[in-house]
Design a protein around this ligand. Structure first.
Ligand SMILES: Cc1ncc(COP(=O)(O)O)c(C=O)c1O
Length: 409
């Protein structure tokens, strides 16, 4: 589909790791050369103005200073179905969550932060690390059977003591997508208790249409490293228009009068900008949205349709080969990833890699694959021909145990 727009690790490669790390869009090298050029030829003036390499036809002046909100308006807002003025780039989700927890506003009425046990550590650990520093208590909801979200338990955990609810739109260990009606119900329940609802959309936005306004959440955050193909240093934040938040972690880039170097801090009038810290790392903003651009040009409905068709085919073929599915079966509960139980999945993954089929594995038991916009049904079939053969012959058990090259998320 969009195969020709991305670099592949080798050719021919069947690359199924969109859920782990996206491929590089072919426009990225030119964008990075643009960064070098802007720095080389403009020096400090680049903070005020650089050529608009992101939207060449757009008259709006861009400079490194305003790039986080410019990219928020031009690329993140359409990705999230958000209005202009509500989104901004962030360095990573961890920072965004820290900022959110440092705001006094959510804690004016309650002190509990409701999360599930399956949130990513940038959320789950952060909430617990703030306990004791501030009057914050983590209310951690265990999963239901199969590792999926216990919806009833989440709703029951929200009450008069709730300050904030944070849930993953798509679970990173389960591939489970929370549906629109459930998210709206959570928002309603949270708002009934004057609590805020924040969604970690890392694996949802960019794989399907998202509409933060209809979902009625207060905050939505995520990153562009994976399905959005933007590499590291490129996370984002949406704050519901009209919501006041004043992160105590706000840095001088978030100040209303940064070059006044005043004695006392003054929160920026634009709430989203209050989530900035010290000097913005601008190099990563040059490669941030090249993947998003491709996905938006194709259309998020089309992205989702294609992703669902490929995951459906993968599930059919996996089940026919005798593998058990660990991620949800139903289309409306599926994200972009398929998780399969496989004996010595680590060896199978390494064996497949030798054959240029790229998947990843977890805990030696789970094989994960996320066929995405650069893949075709034919590739899914070819990959599963190889997988079926490996399972039948058990030949992959003879593969050398893979060297731990470092963790991948
Ligand atoms: C659901 C989810 N949230 C957040 C992150 C990453 O967080 P950070 O940007 O802090 O590294 C990941 C990475 O895998 C994730 O899967």
């Amino acid at each position: 589909m969009l195969r020709d727009h991305f670099f592949l690790p080798d050719d021919p490669a069947i690359e199924f790791r969109a859920f782990t790390h996206g491929l590089m869009p072919k426009t990225v090298p030119a964008m990075m050369e643009g960064f070098v050029e802007d720095w080389k030829t403009r020096g400090v003036d680049a903070w005020n103005e650089v050529p608009n390499r992101w939207q060449p036809g757009d008259e709006r002046a861009v400079g490194w200073w305003t790039l986080p909100e410019y990219l928020g308006d031009q690329f993140i807002a359409p990705l999230l179905g958000a209005p202009a003025g509500s989104c901004i780039m962030q360095p990573h989700v961890h920072w965004t969550v820290q900022c959110l927890l440092s705001c006094p506003e959510p804690f004016a009425h309650g002190h509990e932060v409701v999360v599930t046990e399956k949130e990513f550590p940038s959320v789950l650990h952060s909430v617990q690390q703030w306990q004791g520093l501030k009057d914050i208590e983590a209310r951690i909801v265990p999963p239901a059977s199969g590792g999926f979200v216990d919806r009833e338990a989440v709703l029951n955990a929200i009450g008069p003591d709730t300050a904030l609810v944070i849930l993953s739109h798509v679970g990173f260990t389960s591939g489970e997508k929370l549906d629109h009606d459930f998210l709206r119900t959570v928002a309603e329940r949270a708002h009934a208790h004057d609590a805020l609802f924040a969604i970690d959309g890392y694996h949802a936005a960019s794989t399907m249409p998202v509409n933060v306004t209809e979902t009625n959440c207060d905050v939505y955050f995520g990153g562009l490293l994976k399905e959005a193909c933007g590499s590291s240093g490129n996370a984002y934040l949406y704050v519901r228009p009209g919501l006041t938040l004043t992160p105590r972690l706000a840095g001088w880039f978030a100040d209303a009068d940064p070059f006044g170097f005043n004695v006392a801090p003054e929160p920026h009038p634009d709430v989203r900008r209050r989530f900035l810290g010290g000097t913005t790392a601008v190099a990563s903003l040059y490669h941030a949205v090249e993947g998003v651009r491709l996905l938006l040009d194709l259309g998020l409905d089309e992205v989702r349709t294609h992703s669902l068709a490929l995951t459906e085919r993968a599930i059919e073929r996996a089940e026919a080969a005798g593998l058990t599915l660990r991620s949800p079966h139903e289309a409306d509960r599926r994200g972009a990833m398929v998780i399969l139980k496989a004996e010595r999945a680590d060896l199978l993954c390494a064996w497949l890699k030798d054959r240029h089929v790229y998947t990843d594995s977890r805990q030696q038991r789970y094989l994960r694959l996320a066929p995405f916009v650069w893949n075709s049904k034919d590739e899914v079939d070819r990959a599963f021909d190889i997988i079926a053969e490996a399972l039948k012959s058990r030949v992959y058990f003879q593969h050398e145990a893979p060297v731990e090259a470092g963790p991948v998320t």
